[in-house]
Write a protein that binds this ligand. Structure first.
Ligand code: URA
Length: 475
């Protein structure tokens, strides 16, 4: 019997090297005993053969699954994975045999890991530690079900690139500092501050956007399981908010104010509780379905639905606005309200066919303040734009436009990731990483707000000229 001792649970490279040595040595799965360092060595095992440099060719999908599944806490995982890999080398169609018990186990275990990753992406909450040399630093405590920190840290690196942070879990910690990602030992909850200003803002926001007429407790529990509540600042308010929900609905009825959106329930039943995991988002349709469930910032709580971009996947020009407005929120399509009308007319004058463009927004949910029967647009914060960039980046990666036109300041931040003024960027053609060109112009709603007619006409002509320049560039 060969014995392999794995020192670092969830470390794919360690398992892979050991498995490669065994495979090249022709050691059958039934002749290997896998154990964790904390289980101690057996008295009777031979050491496993050392890792071999020989290349082992396995289906890419199997390797990707093994990379995730090795993070499962079940101690039998390394052995089961080795058996599957051993079989996969002899049967290239193995993964297609869905009823095979090994394949069934692999797919269920993989799903558990991907769900855990998804929950971590959604429920990590950073607390502010302070500021050093102009960079803010944050820390978060999180208890994942499995050893998934290695799989999730790159997501936070992309999303919170501009600040320093640490995510502490009981098994390990990830540290993003000086634009370098590193890992260290696990820690405890008391290393991370209990609450901070950001947390208070989050709670206030959650309370303000909590809509008592839209409560679906089962859906809420499915999406935000109770075990995560203890580390979510907003969760401590759920019970009191729920307790007062009935009275609030009555008050709303009495005041003839409707925060409840008539289309909400219809939409929710249409998409049911389908929850796409990050890795499953491969098409623009996937983005459109998944964006509705996004909980990375609190805006979505009160919106009817997430509004993803629309247009052909091969569009050469992408137009990016700020966020859906009232009409867009109800219809689930970008630029279908008053600003959309201004945009349509300007596009026509500039010789651009809307059907051939990809239209989207920096932020995918409508942020508003209820005022009587109206819903008043509120600007998204820089943090909200930054956390929504993940969706915009997905759309950009799928469409791969040659040229992006940003409409307004929020769009400019969404695309560039920086606070830049329109005035400083307008009138020139910029190049983004990867070679995509960028033109920055105003938001069409700005034209709706200008009281002076002559000024409005002037600004409108400049806007049309920017769009015409985009047409020429893309041609
Ligand atoms: N304003 C925007 O920025 N986007 C829309 O989709 C509608 C209005």
């Amino acid at each position: 019997m060969r014995e392999v001792v794995l020192a670092r649970p969830g470390d794919f490279a360690e398992w892979r090297d050991a498995a490669r040595g065994l495979l090249t040595g022709g050691v059958a799965p039934e002749n290997v005993s896998w154990r964790g360092a904390d289980e101690g060595a057996s008295l009777f095992g031979d050491n496993a053969p050392p890792a071999s440099g020989a290349a082992i060719s396995l289906p890419r999908e199997l390797l990707a699954m093994a990379d995730r599944v090795i993070c499962h806490r079940d101690p039998t995982v390394p052995a089961r994975l080795y058996r599957i890999v051993w079989r996969g080398l002899r049967d290239r169609q193995l993964l297609a045999r869905r009823t095979d018990p090994d394949v069934d186990w692999l797919s269920k275990t993989d799903k558990a890991i991907r769900r855990d990753i998804h929950k971590m992406h959604a429920f990590v909450r950073f607390r502010r530690l302070g500021e050093q040399a102009g960079r803010e630093s944050f820390a978060a405590w999180f208890e994942p079900d499995h050893y998934i920190l290695r799989l999730t840290a790159p997501f936070f690196q992309r999303r919170f690139y501009g600040m320093d942070w640490a995510i502490v879990t009981p098994d390990a910690r990830a540290i993003w500092h000086d634009e370098t990602l590193s890992y260290g030992a696990g820690g405890t909850k008391d290393e991370v501050p209990d609450s901070d200003v950001v947390e208070d803002q989050w709670r206030t926001y959650y309370g303000a956007t909590f809509n008592p007429a839209r409560i679906k407790i089962d859906a809420m529990r499915a999406e935000m399981p109770k075990k995560y509540w203890k580390n979510l600042p907003e969760a401590q308010d759920i019970a009191p908010l729920l307790a007062g929900a009935g009275a609030r609905v009555e008050r709303m009825r009495g005041a003839a104010v409707s925060m409840a959106n008539p289309l909400t329930d219809k939409w929710r039943t249409r998409v049911a509780d389908e929850l796409l995991l990050d890795d499953d988002i491969r098409t623009l349709n996937d983005v459109a379905r998944a964006v509705d469930h996004c909980t990375c910032c609190p805006i979505g709580c009160n919106a009817t639905q997430g509004v993803a971009g629309e247009g052909p996947a091969g569009a050469r020009i992408m137009l990016v606005g700020e966020q859906p407005g009232d009409q867009e929120d109800l219809q689930g399509r970008p630029f279908v309200g008053p600003a959309g009308q201004v945009l349509n007319e300007a596009l026509e004058e500039a010789g651009l066919d809307r059907q051939r463009l990809f239209l989207t927004n920096a932020v995918k949910h409508f942020k508003y303040e209820p005022r009587g029967k109206r819903r008043l647009h509120q600007n998204p914060t820089a943090g909200e734009i930054d956390s929504c960039r993940w969706w915009l980046d997905k759309e950009r990666a799928l469409v791969q436009p040659d040229l992006i036109v940003t409409l307004g300041g929020s769009a400019l931040r969404g695309v560039t990731g920086k606070a830049a003024s329109i005035a400083s960027m307008r009138g020139a053609v910029h190049e983004l990483a990867g070679g995509t060109k960028l033109i920055a112009t105003i938001h069409p709603s700005y034209l709706l707000r200008l009281p002076d007619r002559a000024r409005a006409a002037q600004e409108r002509a400049a806007f049309v000229a920017d769009l015409a320049q985009a047409r020429k560039l893309a041609a």
